[in-house]
Write a protein that binds this ligand. Structure first.
Ligand SMILES: [Fe+2]
Ligand SMILES: [Fe+2]
Length: 365
């Protein structure tokens, strides 16, 4: 019996997109760095079924080393230490399933944006590269879905992530697609994959993230190398518009993320038997000690530590937009973290790593 259907209960109604499709009749290599990146991507293709050992059960003891990524260091509190090991292990597992689910849905967005770019970008080398990225993203969706189902279950997409994916898919401007996806979303993803891959001792997750992060470092390089070529060709109005788009994408992920993500996490933790009032109380009482115990040096978040330096490299960090970034980061994290004024904020911005793949796969500093 054929149970194939044209519509399924799990799909959303279609999202209208304003994109234009562009033919390019010059097939010669033209943007050398993008052509080289395309060749590198073709050489680095891997096969999820063949190259990862899926027969291994997830090692739940080792899985407990996976960072929570909750945005607040609850694992450093005395309340956390007072919980039985089974509870913290279950908590880590369920929190990671939620976080990995967001990675998974982001990968689906990346898959569709990369496919749009094949159609919309005007240069042949850029179309070729976007084609390899489309293949990469299909594989990323495949491996994250498979891993989460082995671990726990897939959670729905967080509204803040959905908004930025929608905005990037809906826009008719291919440069905004590159900025929204390759620079903001993939910049944040690279930062998160790097931390998770470095700290987790669960072998299958570590292997999977190693393959994915290698691909992602190329996707980020594509965005940077293409956009930095394009920006000098824009007039002032177009450049302002592109800067504002980047700012809005980053802002929606940070602002709403903080509240929305945390509320969902609290719900998940309550289900496991954690008392949220006790935990938050413990965090507030011990905040001073926890901060003192953190490694010395400034710990920049993903936006200040990676996304904004990328925008600067691409020529999209004017004084105007830097002041906006500083303002909203300061509201969220305070002047001690992001700098009291714009000058200090700019001074603290790190340079982009010379080799992104090596940075992602290297030791955390
Ligand atoms: Fe991806
Ligand atoms: Fe990607």
């Amino acid at each position: 019996m054929n149970d194939f259907k044209l519509t399924t209960p799990t799909q959303e109604p279609g999202l209208a997109s304003a994109m234009q499709v562009v033919y390019q009749w010059n097939y010669d290599p033209e943007v050398d760095e993008l052509r080289r990146l395309y060749v590198k991507a073709a050489e680095a293709q891997w096969v999820a079924e063949r190259d990862l050992d899926w027969s291994r059960p997830i090692d739940l003891v080792k899985f407990a080393t996976t960072p929570l990524g909750a945005g607040v260091p609850i694992e450093k509190t005395s309340y956390w230490r007072s919980l039985p090991a089974e509870t913290t292990a279950e908590l880590t597992k369920r929190t990671a399933a939620f976080r990995l689910s967001q990675f998974l849905h982001g990968e689906q967005g990346a898959l569709m944006v990369a496919a749009q770019l094949v159609n919309a970008v005007p240069h042949t080398d850029a179309k070729f590269y976007a084609a390899t990225q489309t293949m990469d993203e299909a594989r990323h969706v495949e491996v994250f879905a498979r891993y989460i189902e082995k671990l726990d279950h897939i959670h729905p997409i967080a509204p803040s992530l959905k908004r930025i994916l929608d905005a990037t898919l809906e826009t008719g401007d291919w440069m905004k697609k590159l900025v929204g996806m390759q620079i903001v979303v993939e910049g944040l993803a690279l930062y998160a994959f790097r931390e998770m891959r470095n700290l987790t001792e669960e072998p299958l997750l570590k292997d999977l993230l190693t393959y994915v992060a290698r691909d992602e470092s190329r996707h980020h390089a594509y965005g940077v190398q293409y956009i930095e070529r394009c920006v000098p060709c824009l007039d002032a109005a177009a450049r302002t518009e592109l800067e504002d788009f980047a700012l809005e994408c980053a802002r929606s992920l940070i602002d709403r993320n903080a509240q929305g993500f945390f509320t969902t996490l609290l719900q998940i933790w309550t289900e496991v038997g954690v008392d949220p009032v006790e935990m938050i109380g413990s965090l507030q009482r011990e905040a001073g000690d926890i901060t003192r115990d953190l490694p010395k040096g400034r710990r920049l978040g993903p936006v200040q530590g990676f996304v904004i330096p990328t925008l600067r490299r691409c020529g999209l960090l004017s004084e105007r937009v830097a002041a906006h970034f500083h303002g909203f980061l300061r509201e969220n994290f305070g002047g001690a973290v992001v700098g009291e004024d714009v000058d200090e904020f700019l001074r603290w911005l790190p340079a982009l790593p010379a080799d992104t793949a090596a940075w992602v796969l290297g030791e955390l500093q």
